[in-house]
Ligand binder design. Structure first.
Ligand code: GDP
Length: 176
């Protein structure tokens, strides 16, 4: 792209959350605008980038680290969140355990990550409304108390995925 992007800001973003909540699917939707019902699980971590033009003078580039949710990879997570500028902690609105897991990731980030990290909570699979067990208000109240951005998303239907990443971009320090 030959057009001047104005100012380019780069941030490291890490995805965290229980296995199979849809972390890789959210990234695939955001980066490639694709969805795959039969994706293979991420092993270790995957790296992708995507840029967002916030306005004609401001472009944000995310370096995205999609971590594997399996317990056996848990010890690797600090490598990815330690120098992250922002994090998306994902749960699945049809899996109660996944919200508890998300809360424990948020607590870990608050203890161990950069104190200025911007954290968003994403309640994914919002298209599966007939199987919903976590109501919006419960998660929203938790997110507000914890100071997190909050969206219910569907990687499958592409609901709120761009909104999620754009709102993170807008919360990043863009005035250096
Ligand atoms: P990860 O382990 O957290 O990275 O989860 P994946 O992205 O691998 O997704 C796990 C499974 O959930 C896959 O079968 C996906 O197709 C499915 N999935 C992911 N996002 C959604 C969504 O928004 N809606 C529905 N219905 N299924 C989804």
């Amino acid at each position: 792209n030959s057009q001047a992007p104005g100012k380019l800001f780069q941030f490291k973003l890490v995805l965290l959350g229980e296995s199979a909540v849809g972390k890789s699917s959210l990234v695939l939707r955001f980066v490639k605008d694709q969805f795959d019902d039969y994706r293979e699980s991420t092993i270790g971590a995957a790296f992708l980038t995507q840029t967002i033009a916030l306005d004609e003078n401001t472009t944000v580039k995310f370096e995205i680290w999609d971590t594997a949710g399996q317990e056996r990879y848990k010890s690797l997570a600090p490598m990815y969140y330690r120098n992250a500028n922002c994090a998306v902690v994902v749960y699945d609105i049809t899996q109660p355990s996944s919200l508890e897991k998300a809360k424990s990731w948020v607590n870990e980030l608050k203890r161990q990550a950069d104190p200025n990290i911007v954290i968003a909570l994403a309640g994914n699979k919002s298209d599966l409304s007939e199987r919903r067990v976590i109501d919006t208000e419960t998660a929203q109240n938790y997110a507000a108390d914890a100071g997190l951005l909050f969206f219910e998303t569907s990687a499958k239907k592409s609901t709120n995925v761009n909104e999620l990443f754009t709102s993170i971009a807008r919360k990043m320090p863009l005035d250096q």
